[in-house]
Ligand binder design. Structure first.
Ligand code: SF4
Length: 485
């Protein structure tokens, strides 16, 4: 057993790292130093205020044998907040020393690695210095450090001057069937179509409030993202109502991007594509996830690979010149060969963006409970898939432009958006780097308000569709409370 004595406020961060080194909970937090047997491990992490700074010390021992110790000093700071990163770094170094394992993302467990690079560049470090710091201090592997710096540099021009603007997210929580890994609010449209009309009315109310607020504050709308669920699961009449009645209420004169997720290829037809195009959308997503029919069936997507090709080509013929395709590396029971085949088939379609997700087991998904029914991809295979995707997409002229990590992601890897230069999904970068307020509407949507000095506040809407409809005034009130009417 591994015992760890660390003050409570650092336990969450420590737990994330400990889970990666000792999956299956082979560790326990303790308040007092216990009597340990000669085979137990004891880690103590002490933080002391001394000479107007912080001394942080980690020590690992087995029985009476000292296995590891390291110290760090922070001058002129005594707040616990400042100790979070060094605590994680020391713990990572200690665990890595003990297990002989290095993790690709080193001590980083957060969602947004590129944000660290942006702060380092702001502090005056060069990109090369930032890359070295990611490796030497945070413990990243060479390839993850390179990727992170590359993403930060590629997104820099798009996220500059994002203040005094807001972006809009509208969630449509309906879909055709439920993918086994889905954790989004998404009700089957054939069962819940009777809720669509009231849902859109409630949404209309929220958007009208936002419009007043935006005009009053003299803000402009920068980007719009219609996601879900799958917005194109809506019947034509309602999709038209959403895009031609609700969205245009917003002041859209200065938008840089307008994305509509047309995620499920089986929801698309010419009429819907024309509605989206005529509404002014500049970017859509047609998401295959995989180009293997066997896997599509297994993961509960009611469409085939031929439908992906058909829908994609239909969108092209309708004039869409910025199409994103989402893929997932590490889908249950999929081999490296099949993933490679998927990449080649996607390459043939020639999309502008490809977002490569690594399979993650989310709490709200069906998969988390049915994990044992499927063969899970091993770490080495999923790692190879992710590397392969990166080199293939670069070879067809794309570059990584946004990056994020999630909990319970296979092999502790990441999700990366690739794009042909000039076609990057701007909303994705803004939300990831937290440089602009995102007002989010619909069931399960969460708004993120960015204040000067890196302060961030969130406002959540209820996830349940019926509750959202019934409590729409309360959803608006929650925003008013934080933002003013
Ligand atoms: S297509 Fe998207 S929203 Fe629909 S079930 Fe699958 S993951 Fe969920």
């Amino acid at each position: 057993m591994v015992y760890i004595k660390i003050s409570e406020e650092f336990q969450n961060g420590a737990q994330e790292l400990l889970n990666l080194f000792f999956p299956g909970n082979g560790f326990v937090f303790v308040d007092d130093i216990p009597e340990v047997s000669s085979c137990d491990i004891l880690i103590t992490l002490n933080i002391e205020i001394r000479d107007n700074g912080l001394d942080i010390k980690i020590r690992m021992r087995q029985g009476n044998r000292n296995l590891y110790s390291e110290t760090a000093r922070i001058d002129n700071e005594t707040g616990a907040e400042k100790a979070r990163t060094p605590v994680k770094v020391l713990l990572y170094n200690c665990l890595s020393h003990y297990t002989g394992r290095k993790l690709p993302w080193g001590s980083l467990t957060g969602i947004r690695p590129a944000k660290i690079v942006h702060s380092l560049l702001k502090e005056g470090l060069s990109p090369d210095d930032a890359y070295r710091k990611l490796i030497n201090y945070y413990g990243l592997s060479d390839s993850k450090a390179r990727l992170t710096v590359e993403v930060a540099l590629n997104e820099a021009e798009y996220i500059r001057n994002a203040e005094n603007k807001v972006s809009i997210y509208i969630g449509i929580p309906f879909c055709t069937s439920r993918c086994i890994y889905c954790s989004f609010p998404s009700a089957a449209i054939d069962r819940y179509e009777h809720l669509v009309s009231d849902y859109l009315k409630a949404l209309y109310k929220e958007v009208q409030w936002a419009c007043r607020w935006i005009r009053e504050k003299n803000y402009t709308v920068d980007t719009v993202y219609i996601g879900g669920g799958t917005p194109t699961a809506l019947p034509e009449k309602w999709l038209d109502y959403l895009l031609n009645r609700i969205v245009p209420v917003l002041p859209l004169d200065n938008i840089r991007e307008y994305t509509v997720e047309a995620g499920r290829p089986d929801t698309l037809n010419i009429e819907k594509l024309r509605i989206i195009k005529n509404a002014g959308s500049t970017r859509i997503s047609v998401n295959p996830q995989t180009m293997q029919d066997r896997t599509l069936k297994l993961i509960g997507r009611n469409h085939t690979t031929s439908q992906v090709i058909e829908s994609f080509n239909m969108a092209r013929e309708e004039g869409f010149d910025n199409i994103n395709c989402d893929l997932i590396a590490g889908l249950p029971e999929e081999t490296e060969k099949e993933f490679e085949d998927t990449l080649l088939k996607i390459g043939k379609l020639n999309p502008e963006n490809v977002t490569v997700h690594t399979m993650s087991y989310k709490r709200a998904s069906r998969l988390i409970n049915e994990k044992d029914c499927f063969m899970q991809t091993d770490d080495e295979t999923v790692n190879n898939m992710v590397e392969l995707a990166g080199s293939y997409l670069r070879s067809i002229g794309m570059r990584p432009y946004y990056l994020y990590r999630q909990k319970n992601i296979l092999a502790n890897l990441e999700n990366v958006g690739y794009a042909k230069p000039g076609t990057e999904g701007i909303y994705n970068m803004l939300i990831m780097e937290e440089v602009q307020t995102i007002l989010a509407f619909g069931a399960g949507a969460s708004s993120k308000i960015i204040y000067p000095g890196n302060r961030i506040e969130r406002v959540f809407n209820v996830r349940n569709i019926e509750q959202y409809i019934q409590r729409i005034d309360e959803m608006i009130e929650r925003k008013v409370k934080l933002l003013g009417s």
